[in-house]
Design a protein around this ligand. Structure first.
Ligand code: PLP
Length: 424
């Protein structure tokens, strides 16, 4: 399978029907699995054998989705979770413990920002936010002895700044720590962070991977390339885990140590599992990912050019516009398109912005991005509302910012709707 191109893998990877089996991925709506021999179950508990035992830990339908995304990202294994939030939570907890530190670029999704500043902080994991435009030496200056990872988004939500994956990965590796990249907006169709040195990728599958706004979900993908043993900074992956009779993840699972531990330690204990039905729907969505991302990107590029020239638009950011600060990075990392997300400002600020949103007919106001329908949102009063004004500025949220998620409808229909609302 790995030798096929992304379009083919979207459709075909992940599930293989054997002779006489259903052609379409079946929904295995079962919490549990039957075994004939008590020793076999014991081996499953000891991680001595592979197989499904209980659907909190693994399930065939969820497993097929994990396989598909693994192949699309070019990784060695994946773990699906109940939401994008739990994917980022488990991705970080598998690396960091209390009294350790994370360096994050500041232009993050609001939910990830509060995950760092509230919940992880209470767990004793401290985060430093560094401007995404900071120089390499400035980023380096914030790395401490107990820094265990760098976290960033391929395309920041909602500012749509593009991450210089290669540069940041190099900084991480010079410090013997991994780079974790939230690839939600780009999807593996537009960008594969592993190709540029990222070590772990996460997604909110709720967005483009599902693409139809039916299922909240998340996934963590492991490149298998980070050498936890050589780094020497991650004893809980390399030395003995007493809950599995003193097993060492790196010794037993080699390059899959991280993703195995995420499942058998954190998913086991926290239980934020993806349901088989959500995995089924997300898998159907992912089958058309290539087609959809092409159309999202094509529509968004046309709309970005339209907005750029509109008299009532004060500023705009879309990575593939030459006026974007991310243009050079987009040319390198987003060769196939820059997704459907545009951020822009309306002349007259927040008040006119609200009026604009209320005047739209085709595009709807929903708290969502990355599905087939066009919609808009005002981050400062919605997704990033829980951040202080200062935090909003640091996250790249201007008070007049509109986040437009361009769907796959006819582009002229969307433009007409936007134009009418902008002139109202
Ligand atoms: C939506 C989103 C999340 C959170 O995902 P949920 O599925 O809503 O929990 C995390 N990161 C990014 C970039 C997102 O857009």
């Amino acid at each position: 399978m790995e030798n096929y191109s992304q379009e083919t893998l979207c459709v075909q990877a992940g599930y293989e029907a054997k002779n006489g089996e259903p052609r379409i991925l079946p929904i295995v709506q079962s919490t549990t699995y039957k075994y004939d021999d008590a020793d076999e179950v014991g081996k499953l508990f000891d991680l001595e054998a592979e197989g499904h035992m209980y659907s909190r830990i693994s399930n065939p339908t969820v497993g097929a989705l994990e396989n598909k995304i693994t192949v699309l990202e070019g990784g060695i294994g994946a773990l699906a979770t109940s939401s994008g939030q739990s994917a980022n939570l488990i991705a970080i907890l598998t690396i960091c413990s209390a009294n350790e530190h994370v360096l994050a670029l500041s232009n993050l999704y609001g939910g990830t920002f509060t995950l760092f500043t509230s919940t992880l902080k209470k767990m004793g994991i401290e985060a430093t936010f560094v401007d995404h435009k900071a120089s390499s030496s400035e980023i380096q200056s914030h790395i401490k002895d107990n820094t265990k990872l760098i976290f960033a988004e391929t395309i920041g939500n909602p500012g749509v700044d593009v991450l210089d994956i290669e540069t940041i990965a190099n900084i991480a590796h010079e410090n013997s720590i991994p780079l974790v990249v939230d690839n939600t907006f780009a999807t593996p169709y537009l960008c594969r962070p592993f190709d540029f040195g990222a070590d772990i990728v996460t997604h909110s599958t709720t967005k483009y991977l599902d693409g139809h706004a039916t299922s909240v979900g998340g996934i963590i993908v492991d490149s298998g390339k980070f050498d936890w043993e050589k780094s020497g900074k991650f004893p809980h992956l390399t030395s003995q885990d007493p809950t599995y009779h003193g097993l060492s993840y790196t010794e037993k699972f080699k390059e899959a140590a991280y993703i195995v531990k995420a499942r058998v330690a954190f998913l086991r204990d926290m239980g934020n599992t993806m349901s088989p039905f959500n995995a089924f729907l997300t898998n159907i969505g992912a089958e058309t990912l290539a087609l959809r991302m092409e159309r999202h990107s094509e529509n968004a590029f046309k709309i970005a050019k339209f907005l750029e020239n509109h008299p009532n638009v004060s500023w705009i950011n879309y990575p593939l516009l030459e006026s974007s600060e991310s243009y050079e990075l987009a040319k390198k990392y987003l060769k196939k398109g820059a997704s459907g997300i545009i951020s822009f400002g309306i002349k007259g600020g927040a008040k006119e912005g609200k009026k604009f949103i209320n005047s739209l007919e085709l595009a709807s106001l929903v708290v969502h991005v990355g599905d087939i329908r066009t919609h808009v949102l005002h981050p400062a009063s919605m997704t990033h509302r829980q951040l202080s004004e200062d935090q909003q500025i640091k996250a790249g949220i201007k008070p007049d910012m509109i986040r437009l998620s361009v769907g796959i409808e006819n582009v002229d229909d969307i433009i007409r709707d936007l134009d009418k609302a902008l002139r109202s």
